[in-house]
Design a protein. Structure first.
Length: 253
C-alpha cells in the first residue's frame, strides 16, 4: 500500500519551495501535501501569537493526516516533523529529516538563541523585509548556494522570501525558533518508526547533529550528501530525491 506523505519547509520557505521533493515523491503515484507553516505563505499572516507556538503548528499539520503518513521536513520543517512524530507517533509511518535538529538541550543555549531570534524578529519589523532577506541570505549556513544554484534558481528563492508577510516571519521566529521550542532529545528513544537523517557533507554542524540523533533513535540511518550544504535538497536534488523515494517505498505498508 502506497502511503501518503507530508513535506515541511524551512524558515522563510513555503510549501511551494519544496516542490522538487514533492514532485519526486508524487512520481510513483503517491499523494503528497506541502503546507505553508505558520507565518509563511501569502499575506496577511495570522495575528494571534498562539498560532506560532510549536504545539499549534504541530496540530495544524496533524489535522492533515488521515492514517499513517510519511513525514519529511527540512530545517525548521524538520523540527516540526520531529515534534509531530513525538506528539502523534501512531500516525507518522516514517520520518525523514534534512538539516534538522531536536532543539537545544541546555537552557543557557536556548536563552541565547531566543535573544538572537528576538533581535532578528525586531529587525524584520524595523528594517523591512528586503533588509532582512539580505541579512538572512548572507549567513555562512547558505554560502554554498552561491556556487551550486544557478542565478535563476537563486532569484526564484529570493522573490519567494520577499513575498512573505514580515510580521509572520517575525512571529515565527519568536514562537517557533530553536530557542523557544521544547527540546526533544529525551523523546528520541520512544520514536520506533524508521527515521532517515540527511545532511549535506559541507554542513558540519548538522552532520554532527544527525549522527548524535542516530545514537538515540531505535531505527535510524544517516545519509551524508556529498557536495551539499544545509539545503541539500536544493544543492543536490537528484541524490536527495533518490534517497527519499527509496526510503518511503521501503516502508510502505
Amino acid at each position: 500500500m502506497t502511503l501518503p506523505a507530508v513535506v515541511l519547509h524551512g524558515f522563510t520557505g513555503s510549501g511551494a519551495a519544496m516542490d522538487g521533493v514533492v514532485q519526486a515523491l508524487r512520481a510513483g503515484g503517491r499523494q503528497v501535501s506541502a503546507p505553508d507553516l505558520a507565518g509563511h505563505g501569502p499575506p496577511p499572516a495570522p495575528t494571534d501569537p498562539a498560532t506560532y507556538t510549536m504545539d499549534a503548528c504541530v496540530e495544524s499539520v496533524a489535522a492533515l493526516l488521515d492514517g499513517p503518513t510519511h513525514v519529511a521536513g527540512y530545517s525548521m520543517g524538520g523540527r516540526v516533523g520531529l515534534a509531530l512524530a513525538v506528539a502523534h507517533a501512531g500516525e507518522v509511518a516514517t520520518l525523514a529529516l534534512i538539516g534538522a535538529s531536536p532543539g537545544l538541550a541546555g537552557e543557557a543555549a536556548r536563552a541565547e538563541r531566543r535573544a538572537g531570534d528576538e533581535a532578528l524578529a525586531a529587525s524584520i519589523e524595523s528594517d523591512g523585509i528586503e533588509a532582512f532577506v539580505d541579512r538572512w541570505e548572507a549567513q555562512p549556513l547558505f554560502a554554498t548556494q552561491a556556487d551550486r544554484l544557478d542565478v535563476e534558481t537563486q532569484a526564484v528563492i529570493r522573490r519567494a522570501r520577499l513575498a512573505h508577510d514580515p510580521a509572520g516571519l517575525a512571529a515565527s521566529l519568536r514562537g517557533m525558533g530553536t530557542g523557544s521550542m521544547r527540546p526533544l532529545h529525551g523523546d528520541l528513544g520512544r520514536l520506533v518508526m524508521p527515521v532517515l537523517l540527511m545532511a549535506g557533507a559541507d554542513d558540519a554542524k548538522y552532520c554532527q547533529i544527525a549522527f548524535e540523533m542516530a545514537t538515540c533513535l531505535p531505527d535510524a540511518r544517516v545519509v551524508v550528501v556529498p557536495g551539499a550544504g544545509h539545503a541539500a535538497h536544493l544543492e543536490r536534488p537528484a541524490a536527495v530525491h533518490a534517497e527519499l523515494v527509496a526510503f518511503l517505498a521501503a516502508h510502505d505498508r
